[in-house]
Design a protein around this ligand. Structure first.
Ligand code: CU
Length: 164
């Protein structure tokens, strides 16, 4: 009998929680407290085939962040953060080595002024990277992966600038 009572109690509690959720829509996402050089704000980005979590990366212009980039997929992925010029540069550079023979990953590079931030993560790996977000006024930033074919499969999400 106690098991039945517990089940009924759980069911009633569940309905109450559902009713509460339906009655009050969620509030706005709080604005992040900007990170500083001495105290970077921690931001998680999870890569997998062929997307990222979160689906929009909130950053404050000029802040310093400590990215924790995790590859939860099976393929190699990367996080390239930069504007369209940066994304195009990496897409072209990595396309040149598409279909390279097995072995060490070919080294690719782009000119420093177009490089943005690039972190490559293998399956199951986590890489941390400190980065200072450009000031407001820069072109729109995107997080994307240019392992050949991944960008075309939609592996890109927007950066949303949050006001401090
Ligand atoms: Cu990828």
């Amino acid at each position: 009998m106690p098991a039945v009572v517990a089940s009924v109690a759980c069911a009633v509690l569940g309905l109450a929680v559902l009713a509460g959720c339906a009655a009050a829509p969620p509030g706005p996402t709080p604005v992040p407290i900007p990170g500083t050089v001495d105290r970077p704000r921690e931001v998680n980005i999870i890569a997998r085939e062929y997307t990222y979590d979160p689906s929009t990366v909130d950053l404050v212009p000029g802040e310093t962040v400590l990215f924790h980039i995790v590859n939860a997929g099976l393929d190699v992925h990367e996080v390239v953060i930069g504007d369209a010029t940066t994304q195009d540069a990496w897409e072209a550079a990595e396309a040149e080595v598409a279909g390279a023979p097995p072995g060490p990953t070919p080294l690719v590079s782009v000119p420093a002024e177009r490089a943005g931030l690039r972190v490559v993560v293998t399956s199951g790996q986590r890489v941390d990277a400190v980065w200072t977000v450009p000031a407001r006024g820069t072109p729109a930033l995107v997080v994307g992966c240019h392992i050949p074919g991944h960008w075309a499969r939609g592996m890109q999400v927007a950066v949303r600038f949050a006001a401090p």
